[in-house]
Design a protein around this ligand. Sequence first.
Ligand code: GRF
Length: 186
Amino acid sequence: MRDPRRVAILISGRGSNMKALVEQAQGYEVALIASNKPLAPGLEWARSAGLPTWTWDSKGVDKDEFDRVLSAALEDHDVGTIALAGFMRILSPSFIDRWRGRIVNIHPSLLPKYRGLDTHARAIAAGDAVSGCSVHLVTEELDAGEVLGIAEVPILPDDIAQTLEQRVLAAEHHLYPEILSEFVKR
Ligand code: GRF
C-alpha cells in the first residue's frame, strides 16, 4: 500500500486549485503535478515552483493507453492519492479501478445537484438561493462518488455565471486543501 500522503495533482488548465493545494499543503506532500495538456498554464507555474511534473498530450491518444502511461508515472512517483483539479478528462474504468478510493475531485456545485458542466448558470437559472462546491470521491459515474466536504456560497440577486464562479472558486481554494488534509489520514 502506497503512502496516501503522497499526492499527485492532475490538471488541464490554469490550475488555481492546484496552486491552493500546493500552497496550503498540510499533512500531505505534492509528489507530482500531471497534465494531459503540455501547454496548461498551471504546469508552467508548477515547474517554476520546482515541483516534479509529467505531461503527455492526450489529443488523438487511445484513452486506455493514455491512462496506462499516466498510471505508470503515478506509480513511479510513489503516489498514494490523486487529486483532480480541473482535469478535463473522464478517466477510464480500469484506471479508476486501479486507484479505487484514492481519487478525489472538486466540483463547482453542491452535489448531488448539477453534475457535469455549466453548474453556475444552471444554479442561477433554477433560482437557487445557495450554491457552492463539493469535494468528492471519483467513481465510474460522473461526479457521483461519496461527498467528502462542501462549502456553501450564497447566490446574489444580480449574479451571473461569471460572478458566481469567482466566489465559488475562492471557496474551493479553502475547501480543497482542508478536505484533502483530512482525507489522506483515512
Ligand atoms: C474549477 O471550477 C473546479 O471546480 C472544476 O474545474 C475548475 C478548475 O479550475 N473542477 P482551476 O484550474 O483549478 O483554476
